[in-house]
Design a protein around this ligand. Structure first.
Ligand code: TXE
Length: 499
């Protein structure tokens, strides 16, 4: 690992890391893939190959589905609620005890700075939260007794779907794992995880900890590889009953077409282009911190819920822009393993090129670059770092319309409330958003008219207790909260004739 002064923290952290390289976890066993193929795992901050990722094919998919099906049928589906709750709570404890190790592996896989990787919201501690929360749902009421017209008795049962394929992205692997696996297991399903081929060590460790905590073999399986060779055979496998996917909208649409043809239950958590509507009565410092923070801090804008469009009342445009520029100036990227670093690199050379290309297209369309816009050089030149970028634009340019997934904030003016609502909704996406205002009536009025799955007033929140998901091209289904149970179970109605 490169030992420049700029990357000293990375060099020492990686030297001390223990991880599974190029392996899968199937039927309780960590082993080589049947395909015998691997892909290079590249650390985004240095551009160096640091590990291997198993490149599975249909044979590995078959083995994983077989293991998940056997575990389902040999007791997991029928497990009594006390044992299921105890196992999930034990797993939550194991995750909490390994928080630091999981945070280090998450940073290793994704380049997410340790500050965020160890933080509560989407960092390693979130995994324990999700399992604790869903353990608490296991022994609570599960159905209804329903009135009937005849002399009978009618009740509903909540049943597992069966084997669930969970396909996750690279940007927050711990959070994505927990948000899918915890409700799926609570409902009595078994799962096959296919994390991103960009990095999988933390997902393998998460699943290995489940075994150590007593969750039976085959309940959680991890296979890795490309979308084409591993993802598609998985989602279309006849032994897979449901699919839960987090990733890009184009991939989600393709997966939905495959699972739709098979009439398979599917949850899609896709991209976003969220707005932060900054009204003239709002606190500008807070609004700028929220917008600039979401794109420049931590994930460097590689988060689907980031409010990457700041819609600002024209009377506050200058003040907001200046504050946003001052804010991002503090959030320059650095060594992700250094605890002081506030922003990391982009995940890959491909992602960096894509983001630089979108900014370039914006410039050709007349967008004004207020700061940033370039790859970071010097000591960081071999990594995939990009300067935090602030653009002044209108809502019809490429940077304002595309999901960028990089540290780029588009500032867009509006003149009145009606126009703000129109601009916020003028996007194919509908995942998240923020309203900055101190007028409670306005907040209530506007919140009801923004077409998103989730919204924050003067802040933004996500977590195990809160439903998260999109509308429009941001997908369907919800993760977190009791609502997620609906996506990982089915209702059976039972009528008993008493006449
Ligand atoms: O995601 P992909 P990529 C957006 C973001 C980003 C763009 C592309 O805008 O720039 O998507 O990122 C698996 N069948 N988001 O290419 O391809 C793949 O192996 C089955 C938003 O990295 O969607 C990986 O495990 N699986 C997003 C997962 O899908 C397939 C987070 C995601 O990869 C597949 C990430 C196929 N045909 C990117 N093709 C969010 N919602 O947060 C790929 N995969």
């Amino acid at each position: 690992m490169t030992a420049t002064t700029a990357m000293a923290a990375t060099a020492s952290a990686v030297a001390g890391l223990r991880f599974h390289s190029g392996k899968v976890l199937v039927d309780g066993e960590i082993r080589d893939p049947i395909s015998q193929k691997t892909l290079d795992q590249i650390f985004p901050a240095t551009g160096e190959v640091v590990a291997q990722v198993a490149s599975c094919d249909a044979r590995d998919v078959d083995a994983a589905v077989g293991a998940a099906r056997a575990a389902l049928d040999s007791g997991w589906r029928e497990l009594n609620v006390k044992d299921r709750r105890r196992l999930l709570l034990g797993y939550a404890r194991a995750l909490a005890e390994h928080t630091e190790e999981l945070a280090l592996l998450q940073t290793f896989d994704s380049g997410m700075p340790m500050q965020m990787s160890a933080g509560e919201v989407i960092g390693a501690p979130a995994a324990a939260d999700y399992f604790e929360y869903y353990a608490g749902t296991v022994d609570k009421p599960i159905g209804h007794v329903l009135p009937v017209y005849g002399k009978g008795f009618d009740y509903t049962l909540r049943e597992p779907l069966g084997v669930v394929a969970c396909i996750t992205a690279w940007n927050a692997p711990v959070f994505l794992y927990a948000a899918k696996v915890a409700p799926a297991l609570a409902c009595g399903n078994t799962v096959i995880l296919k994390p991103s081929e960009i990095g999988a060590t933390v997902t393998l460790r998460l699943a290995e900890l489940a075994l150590e905590a007593g969750i039976p073999k085959g309940v959680i399986n991890v296979i890795t590889g490309t979308g084409k060779e591993c993802g598609e055979p998985l989602v279309t496998h006849a032994g897979v009953d449901a699919v839960s996917f987090t990733g890009g909208t184009a991939t989600g649409r393709h997966i939905a077409s495959l699972t739709g043809a098979q009439l398979k239950r599917t949850v899609l958590e896709l991209g976003g282009k969220s707005a932060n509507i900054v009204f003239e009565d709002g606190e500008i410092g807070l609004a700028a911190m929220l917008s600039a923070g979401m794109v420049a801090y931590g994930l460097s804008g590689q988060g689907c819920a980031c409010a990457t469009r700041a819609l600002v009342h024209r009377s506050k445009l200058e003040e907001f822009t200046k504050t946003a520029l001052d804010t991002v100036a503090f959030m320059q990227p650095g060594d992700p393993f250094d605890p002081a670093t506030m922003a990391g690199p982009l995940v890959s050379a491909r992602q960096l090129d894509r983001v630089l290309g979108i900014v370039q297209r914006g410039v050709e369309e007349g967008v004004e670059v207020r700061c940033g816009g370039n790859r970071v050089g010097g000591d960081f030149a071999s990594g995939f770092f990009m300067e935090p970028t602030v653009l002044s634009t209108t809502n019809d340019t490429t940077p304002a319309r595309e999901e960028i997934f990089g540290p780029v904030l588009s500032i867009i003016p509006f003149d009145d409330e009606e126009e703000a609502i129109r601009l916020a909704n003028d996007t194919p996406y509908g995942l998240a958003g923020v309203i900055t205002t101190n007028d409670v009536k306005r907040a209530y009025r506007v919140a009801g008219r923004i077409r998103t799955g989730t919204l924050g007033i003067n802040s933004y929140s996500v977590g195990a207790t809160i439903p998260f998901g999109g509308v429009k091209h941001s997908g369907y289904g919800r993760e977190g909260s009791l609502h997620a149970l609906d996506d990982y179970s089915q209702i059976k109605n039972v009528y008993v004739e008493l006449g």
